[in-house]
Design a protein around this ligand. Structure first.
Ligand SMILES: Cc1cc2nc3c(=O)[nH]c(=O)nc-3n(C[C@H](O)[C@H](O)[C@H](O)COP(=O)(O)OP(=O)(O)OC[C@H]3O[C@@H](n4cnc5c(N)ncnc54)[C@H](O)[C@@H]3O)c2cc1C
Length: 383
């Protein structure tokens, strides 16, 4: 009888694992996701500025399933009992021979966070950000604050790239509408040098862009609380804003507390280099759900999530064949980002040996658009 692999999560990590496992043809693969579609997060920066529609970012899991026929269950996982090879969901209970946890991360809940919107939360929030921006555009003026936070328990759980991209896109959008001069744009972050994980060159370039675009910087102050009309910092000073977009750092998903898997300080699932969970030779954790280790600049990213998905599929397949070849993630750690500005982009790379940034006016924007199409076509097997 075919061995049964259960994958939790239909994001970049889970989908990649499902696709690779189905290519191997000798395993029974079930994917459980609480969402019916894969959401192309990296291009969600364009929803608020009307470059893309919400529907453009959805890749229906059923369309991926047509080409790579895994079993699909739309359900919410609530508990994992790895010692019993069992996963409990709201509507069903599943058993497995192998488990791959790819359910992403939760966000740190700052005081007053309900007064902000995040591009990195539920996909629908991108539409709410658009509505807020539309209201300010209609009014003709306003103060917009955009920022991101860190998690001291796991520095890799930070997500600053989309905050920079959204800020540059909003600047470009307001400029195109010829109302930029009526808007006060401020970028805020509790760290002294936000963006420096991408490398010194990237940090310097972002600084230059802030000056050129007249975007104010508010760095190095701890966030105390978000209020309806701004942000209060640790020293009780206030940054006024009509609209605040804030990307809180990630933390382990709440439901993992109802599991017997080993968790890091920040609540992510502990893994070894092969994405295998210590103590369980049939359980893997990949993507944002896993506690990654390596360099002090690493960050949880989509390309790493896909690599981990491929590796987990390969390692399970090898284990089934009785082989001893395993693929690790650590030697591939890098930061890769096409940082979009709405009318151009910069290619940012940081690896073990070097880091660089290549400005790509105009063409970079189209490259990122091309990535969206490429991603959809590869996932649905059309490329
Ligand atoms: C706005 C934005 C821009 C980004 N830009 C880039 C970029 O340019 N380059 C890059 O490399 N990375 C980028 N990233 C990061 C990248 O998107 C993430 O690293 C990637 O999505 C992680 O994939 P994942 O599959 O691990 O998690 P997720 O994409 O979060 O997927 C998790 C999946 O699990 C499901 N799920 C969660 N909980 C449950 C549950 N209890 N039961 C059932 N299903 C569940 C979710 O519905 C989802 O389908 C960006 C992220 C954001 C938010």
């Amino acid at each position: 009888m075919m061995k049964k692999v259960v994958i939790l999560g239909g994001g970049f990590a889970g989908i990649q694992a499902a696709i690779e496992l189905k290519k191997k043809k000798n395993l029974d693969v079930t994917l459980i996701s609480d969402r019916k579609y894969l959401y192309l997060y990296p291009i969600s920066i364009w929803i608020p500025v009307h470059i893309k529609e919400f529907e453009d970012l959805k890749v229906q899991l059923a369309d991926i399933q047509k080409k790579f026929p895994f079993k699909l269950n739309i359900d919410k996982v609530t508990e994992i009992h790895a010692t019993k090879n069992k996963v409990i969901c709201e509507n069903n209970t599943f058993t497995y021979d192998y488990l791959i946890v790819a359910s992403g991360a939760d966000k740190i809940q700052h005081k007053g966070i309900e007064n902000t919107l995040s591009l990195c939360g539920k996909p629908e929030l991108a539409l709410e950000i658009r509505t807020k921006l539309d209201e300010l555009v209609k009014k003709g003026s306003g103060k917009i604050a955009i920022g991101f936070g860190g998690n001291p328990d796991d520095l890799s759980a930070v997500r600053g790239g989309p905050a920079f991209e959204l800020m540059f896109n909003i600047h470009n959008y307001l400029t195109t509408l010829k109302i930029r001069k009526n808007f006060d744009l401020t970028f805020f972050a509790p760290m002294q040098e936000p963006g420096s994980r991408m490398g010194k060159g990237a940090f310097a370039m972002i600084g230059k862009m802030f000056s050129n675009y007249n975007i104010k910087k508010h760095f190095g102050k701890k966030i105390k609380e978000f209020v309806p009309d701004g942000i209060i910092f640790g020293d009780d000073t206030k940054l006024n804003s009509d609209f605040t977009m804030f990307i809180a750092a990630g933390k382990g998903a709440e439901f993992l507390k109802k599991s017997d898997l080993p968790l890091s300080e920040a609540g992510f699932i502990k893994i070894d280099n092969n994405c295998q969970v210590p103590g369980f030779n049939n359980v893997y954790a990949i993507g944002d759900a896993a506690a990654i280790e390596g360099y002090d600049w690493i960050a949880k990213q989509g390309h790493l999530a896909e690599l981990m998905g491929r590796n987990a599929a390969h390692n399970i397949s090898e284990s089934e064949k009785g082989g001893d070849k395993r693929k690790g993630y650590k030697e591939h750690l890098s930061i890769l980002c096409v940082m979009d500005t709405g009318n151009g982009a910069a290619f940012v790379y940081r690896g073990r040996k070097n880091s660089f940034i290549i400005p790509m006016p105009i063409v970079g924007h189209w490259m990122k658009k091309g990535w969206g199409v490429y991603s959809r076509f590869t996932k649905t097997g059309k490329l």
